[in-house]
Design a protein around this ligand. Structure first.
Ligand SMILES: NC(=O)c1ccc[n+]([C@@H]2O[C@H](COP(=O)([O-])OP(=O)(O)OC[C@H]3O[C@@H](n4cnc5c(N)ncnc54)[C@H](OP(=O)(O)O)[C@@H]3O)[C@@H](O)[C@H]2O)c1
Length: 332
């Protein structure tokens, strides 16, 4: 029987931030179940990682209908199994999110932003998860073919039907977020968050102005791929390990590793070393310095990675000098 660590909230191992202007506080680190939580991974490993995360004070678990590909839905199924076997008593302590938007099933209703797809998909997700509601239901990606009003109404219905507590969007630009926020505000939907990619190697939200706008307008940002799918760790400094995401060919990022990027990673890693931390922790702390961010969603292939990544919360604040050095490295 799983008994969570009794000190998980008491000793400051995790911090919790309000998501935008909402009353919902998210753990600064969330666990994402995109990869390594589907059908191809033994359930005991999946369960072990979820327990480790919860013991570290992580309360937020991020899913989507298609996670666990090529067996779409299998990450939700596994999360459902873990809930049933050990986590149900802690459901009220957890923020479980899911999404719909990308390709999920064949035919005209298995992708996009239509009311038909979003609400059918949420029903299917709840069945796989074995839950009555999710905490956040996200539209996964902007759909140019569906009027935003229709997508907004679907998110609003999900909440009013009691199937989601809050509504969110993902991968929406500043312009799209601004418009969606206007519509959802008018409908008084508890819309609180945009989930976007952001890291030292991917700063599009800064160029777009989304982070500044989100902070000023009370919309929280949850950040995915904060380690650029693992590149912002020490593991690739000496080459590509066979058992890594890139080594397994489980990502499109392989060709990105040229000599320029390797040099950048080495310089970031030695800066991290001076701070007596691994590169992963430097990269995560750097994201959390941005006050628009409510939570960084890490992925993991082992319990040890989760523990190491949560260790970033013990790191000292960045000095001005360190921030300037990081800027210089990233600009090169
Ligand atoms: N909304 C969206 O469109 C969207 C898109 C993508 C992801 N997401 C969400 O964001 C979550 C995280 O995305 P991500 O998996 O790309 O995040 P990430 O944290 O950038 O990358 C995670 C991967 O990096 C490696 N790693 C993590 N910690 C490590 C450490 N301490 N040392 C060495 N390697 C480490 C592991 O890969 P190895 O297999 O190499 O060990 C791990 O699976 C997803 O699970 C999902 O919930 C959302």
């Amino acid at each position: 029987m799983y008994i969570p660590q009794s000190q998980r909230y008491a000793d400051g191992r995790m911090r919790y931030r309000r998501c935008g202007d909402s009353g919902l506080r998210l753990s600064e680190i969330s666990l994402g179940l995109w990869k390594n939580f589907g059908r191809t991974v033994p359930l005991s490993e999946v369960e072990g990682m979820i327990h480790t995360a919860f013991d570290c004070g992580i309360t937020c678990f991020d899913l989507a209908n298609n996670y666990g590909a090529p067996h779409n839905g299998s990450a939700e199924e596994n999360m459902g199994r873990v809930m049933a076997s050990s986590m149900k008593p802690h459901r009220h302590e957890m923020v479980i999110s899911t999404k719909a938007g990308f390709d999920m099933w064949e035919g005209p209703y298995g992708r996009g932003g239509s009311r038909k797809y979003l609400l059918s998909s949420l029903d299917e997700s709840l069945k796989r998860l074995g839950l009555e509601y999710v905490d956040i239901f996200y539209h996964h990606v902007y759909d140019p073919e569906t009027p935003l009003e229709e997508t907004a109404m679907a998110l609003d219905s999900a909440v009013r039907q009691g199937k989601a507590l809050y509504a969110g969007i993902s991968n929406y630009s500043l312009k799209q977020t601004r418009r969606m926020t206007e519509i959802l505000k008018e409908m008084k939907t508890p819309f609180i968050v945009n989930q976007i990619s952001y890291s030292m190697l991917n700063r599009w939200i800064e160029k777009d102005g989304l982070d500044v706008w989100a902070a000023e307008n009370g919309v929280g940002l949850t950040v995915y791929s904060p380690l650029y799918q693992g590149l912002l760790t020490d593991k690739y400094l000496a080459g590509v390990p066979k058992d890594s995401r890139i080594g397994k060919g489980d990502t499109w990022l392989g060709p990105d590793i040229d000599s320029g990027l390797k040099a950048k990673l080495r310089r970031l890693s030695s800066l991290a070393e001076k701070r007596k931390e691994p590169l992963s922790q430097l990269a995560l702390s750097w994201i959390l310095r941005n006050s628009a961010v409510a939570s960084v969603i890490i992925g993991a292939s082992s319990k040890e990675q989760i523990v190491e990544n949560c260790g970033c919360l013990k790191a000292a604040d960045f000095s001005e000098e360190e921030l300037l050095s990081i800027e210089k490295i990233l600009e090169e």
